[in-house]
Write a protein that binds this ligand. Structure first.
Ligand SMILES: CSC[C@H]1O[C@H](OP(=O)(O)O)[C@H](O)[C@@H]1O
Length: 408
């Protein structure tokens, strides 16, 4: 069974999300009660879950956002919640309040486009609805389908990624064992399950059972400043028993070079050279420029220096933004300074094991920098399409024709 970040109960229309701020120290699920905060009411909303990084990963953000719409509507329409400011007696006013709430939700994480794409489809359903009952039922069905489709997409991305990778290996005449590298977390926790870039890695691991040419090792970048690589990807890879090593983001060139030159004196975890760098995406625009977690762009630059390494972006088509032409048009989210200067983790005892308190592993926040300093903290960067060898979606793997990507 793979890890579940999102638990939606279709019958009761309730949503619980894994608190990813506590992973891997603790497994805590939080109930989401509404779309966005409402003044004077103590509730945990989809907006807060997304903005506060309790839920992260572009597809997971979309799903939690869309489910939170259904949860709020269920509370208003079926449980007589009156404090959310809806006029249930007037359809036009009801719709207008709902659209306002969705507009707030969309602001929670600006770079990832999946939530916007999902909300735009919800807006169309709302526009077309002729009663609050049909509006609710249609949005519920839509959100459930979105979740199921995302899971199917991830498995298809895995299969299409494997197809691309083996076609490249065959073209090159490469045989034997190889390694791959990834950044951030793009697995079960960032999606409905299975994952995008990490889905391809999962599929490669399965493929390794019956192939002589196979993935032998994964290098996971820790992904500063928020460490989704060391906290989440390392957790998923360990859980799935996929051989891997964690590296810091600034070890990449030395590692790639050491493996390419087979430097036996560098205590390398595996002799298998890196053949593929596989990353997720938060937004891919029409020309193939790809926004992903900060640090992705430099991986593509390093890959471009080694003809034997292919750089792959993996994402469902819900991550494609057909309204923007180039990466220059992507808004890059700036995150709070404290995400770079402070870190929270589990307390470790003298024996190297986590110290447990009454509520699981004891957690502590520490500062790693002087207090009050200036910080630049863009959460994402943009990798230009010319540095990307393939973009894998659930439909197929796309490669460039005359230097350009065409998705439609
Ligand atoms: C399949 S997840 C896509 C994407 O989400 C991550 O961002 P964040 O952890 O800030 O939500 C990361 O950039 C992943 O590649």
């Amino acid at each position: 069974m793979s890890l579940e970040a999102i638990k939606f109960d279709e019958k009761r229309a309730t949503l619980r999300i894994l608190n990813q701020l506590l992973v891997p120290y603790e497994t805590q699920y939080l109930a989401v009660d509404a779309i966005a905060p409402v003044e004077g009411i103590d509730l945990f909303s989809g907006y807060t879950a997304i903005k506060g990084m309790y839920t992260r990963g572009a597809p997971a953000i979309m799903l939690v956002g869309c489910f939170s719409v259904v949860v709020e509507l269920n509370r208003v329409l079926n449980e007589n919640e009156t404090r959310f400011g809806y006029d249930v007696a007037d359809l036009a006013r009801f719709k207008s309040r709902l659209l306002d709430r969705i507009s707030v939700l969309i602001q929670s994480r600006p770079t990832a486009v999946n939530l916007l794409n999902g909300c735009n489809e919800m807006r169309q359903i709302i526009d077309a609805s002729t009663s609050t009952t049909s509006l609710y039922t249609d949005l519920l069905q839509f959100a459930v389908k979105l979740y199921k489709d995302d899971l199917k997409s991830n498995h298809a991305i895995g299969a299409n990624g494997v197809e691309y990778i083996y076609s490249e290996l065959e073209k090159e005449g490469f045989t034997g064992e190889f390694s791959v590298m990834t950044i951030c977390n793009t697995g079960s926790l960032a999606t409905s399950g299975y994952g995008t870039a990490l889905g391809i890695i999962r599929a490669l691991h399965q493929e390794a059972q019956h192939r002589a040419t196979k993935m032998a090792h994964v290098y996971a970048c820790e992904t500063r400043p928020y460490n989704q690589g060391s906290r989440l990807t390392a957790y998923e890879l360990q859980y799935e028993k996929i051989p891997f090593s964690l590296i810091t983001d600034n070890m990449v060139s030395f590692l790639v070079d050491s493996l390419a030159k087979n430097k036996a004196n560098r205590s390398l975890p595996s002799a298998a050279p890196i053949k593929f760098i596989i990353v997720g995406a938060d937004r891919i625009v029409k020309n193939g420029d790809l926004a992903n977690k900060i640090g992705t762009f430099q991986l593509s630059l390093i890959a471009s220096l080694y003809p034997s390494i292919k750089f792959i972006g993996a994402a469902p088509t819900t991550t494609i933004d057909f309204t923007r032409s180039t990466g220059d048009e992507i808004v890059i989210e700036q995150r709070p300074k404290k995400e770079l200067t402070q870190i929270m983790g589990g307390v470790v005892g003298p024996d190297g094991a986590f110290v447990h308190g009454n509520n699981g592993v004891q957690m502590q926040k520490i500062s790693m920098a002087p207090v009050g300093i200036d910080v630049w903290n863009p959460s994402f960067d943009v990798t230009p399409h010319d540095k990307i060898d393939a973009i894998v979606t659930e439909k197929k793997f796309f490669t460039k024709t005359n230097g350009s990507y065409t998705f439609e």
